[in-house]
Design a protein around this ligand. Sequence first.
Ligand code: 5GP
Length: 254
Amino acid sequence: MSRRNKVYEGKAKVLFEGPEPGTLVQYFKDDATAHNNKKRGIITGKGVLNNRISEYIMTRLNEIGIPTHFVRRLNMREQLIKEVEIIPIEVIVRAVAAGSLSKRLGIPEGTPLPRSIVEYCYKSDELDDPLVSEEHITAFGWATTQDLDDILSLALRVNDFLSGLFFGIGIRLVDFKLEFGRLYVGEESRIVVADEISPDSARLWDMVTGEKMDKDRFRRDLGKVEEGYQEVARRLGILPESGPRDLKGPKVMQ
Ligand code: 5GP
């Protein structure tokens, strides 16, 4: 792991001080957790694959004018990002019923939804990321009404892009989670897509067989977890040349 100063350590990633002010280095670990930390494990090679997959998606988003925190990938497990103030809300976009929505509303998994549904959860491990409404978000000052307008419009644009991208490689985008941050440029700030977009934070099903290629393989003990992530990278055409196992460890490029 890099010798930079650690700024924050989460369940699947570590943030280090970046080479210049206003930047951070985001390191992707192989650690996996589920069910509010009750299930823990290691998915060998996951960090390498998620670094690649998230790089690919964030780069494409930047190219089509959807602002993200991503600057560039540094090595197998690290990417350079812009430092943002994370908005403590998880934004979930769903096309097909699955997971907590199926449980909460009794809708069988796999049922197509009549339209894309956007949900907000308050980021809190102690509270298990509870579902909240726009009312809660603005009343408690987690984001303003203007921020929420920006967040919703960006989330829907990301949804349009991702559903087409995955459709093109035979993958059904069932749902995904986004995080947003405030990027300060002088006195001004704007909302950008932050964190990661990977099989850790999205449900991806094979269009033909319905096979899961995401973190549900770990959450539900379905086996072949790494293979699922690898298949996503393979179809995106970005499987790391030297394979997903990063045995040498990362070297930060200057
Ligand atoms: P659900 O609410 O059904 O558990 O999750 C909906 C979608 O958001 C899934 O694709 C899931 O992977 C993602 N998601 C929800 N909460 C989290 C979270 O705390 N971390 C990550 N990485 N993804 C999440």
